[in-house]
Design a protein around this ligand. Structure first.
Ligand code: MLT
Length: 302
């Protein structure tokens, strides 16, 4: 019998796949395996019984990797399992940023009781007019599963797409379609792109990578999208760039008191991977990896 503790609500279609002799425990106390989504494990005491942690998601910054390594606890994540969900959200973010949908929706709500609302739309059409993304330049920084999906989808929508990744693997390059230009210097993205989206893990080298210097390099009126991790962007510098109009819109999947108050920011409450499909895929992959390790000693991210 193996004991598993779930630190978050992990989709049932994953936990249903645990073998019959596995039990779910209420506390991490004697667990051999932990399933986790976004719960912060850094302050948690790791029990001696713990053999493996499986994260139902891509980023592992909520897991104390060094402490796990020291204790011989294996950590898994689920690369690619939620890539389609995040890709669709990035596309939505680009479109919302370009067409002022939020302004338009709010306008309709606040004029809902106006009998002449239909006539008034003549004015609102001008007030909320936007631009199309077709033909615009998109820079994708980070070409893992999510970045590659975003790049391909944006190319299919007629954008001119540039992809950069200093660690690009043969697999990721293969995942890019012919319409995506794989570049080896990120400068072109900062200097020339109309939209910039970041899809890199949080590392000491990526923390604050979108800072004042990089924002200064960017094109006037650029749209920046962050569906990766909040601290990749220096939000003080971003607030200034939004205030001056250098950045037209900042789309972030990470609400905090600063981002929620910044001008021209579209803040989403970390919903990139919050679809039934992505949650199911992540849960299934996490459980598969965990069980394969606990049963067979296999260490492989699916
Ligand atoms: C991820 O790292 O893939 C996301 O944070 C997933 C999530 O929202 O749980």
């Amino acid at each position: 019998m193996k004991k598993i503790h779930c630190l978050n609500n992990i989709s049932k279609c994953g936990t249903d796949r645990l073998p019959q002799d596995y039990v779910m425990t209420d506390s991490v106390g004697e667990a051999e395996g932990v399933l986790v989504r976004s719960a912060n494990m850094h302050e948690m005491e790791l029990p001696e019984s713990l053999l493996a942690v499986a994260r139902a998601g891509a980023g592992v910054n909520n897991i104390p990797l060094d402490a796990c390594a020291q204790e011989g606890i294996v950590v898994f994540n689920t690369p690619g399992a939620n890539a389609n969900g995040v890709k669709e959200m990035v596309l939505a973010g680009m479109l919302i940023a370009s067409r002022d949908l939020i302004g338009g929706i709010e306008w309709c709500r606040s004029n809902a009781d106006d009998e002449n609302i239909a006539k008034a739309t003549e004015k609102s059409k001008k007030a909320f007019a936007g631009c199309e993304i077709k033909g615009k330049k998109l820079g994708v920084i980070g070409l893992g599963a999510i970045g590659a999906e975003v790049a391909n989808a944006a190319a299919a929508l007629g954008m001119e797409v540039y992809g950069y990744d200093p660690y690009i693997s043969v697999n990721a390059a293969w995942m890019l379609n012919r319409d995506v230009k794989h570049i080896t210097s990120v400068d072109k993205i900062y200097q020339e792109c109309d939209y910039i989206t970041i899809h890199v893990p949080l590392l000491e080298t990526t923390r604050g990578m979108i800072n004042k210097e990089k924002l200064d390099e960017m094109k006037e009126g650029v749209v920046v999208l962050n569906f990766a991790r909040d601290v990749l962007v220096d939000e003080d510098a971003m607030a200034e760039a939004l205030e001056s109009g250098k950045v037209h819109r900042y789309v972030t999947d990470f609400p905090n008191p600063k981002s929620a108050h910044m001008k021209n920011t579209i803040v989403i409450p970390h919903l990139g991977a919050s679809t039934e499909e992505s949650e199911d895929n992540c849960a299934k992959m996490a459980v598969k990896e965990l069980v394969d390790y606990l049963e067979n000693g296999n260490i492989k991210n699916s």
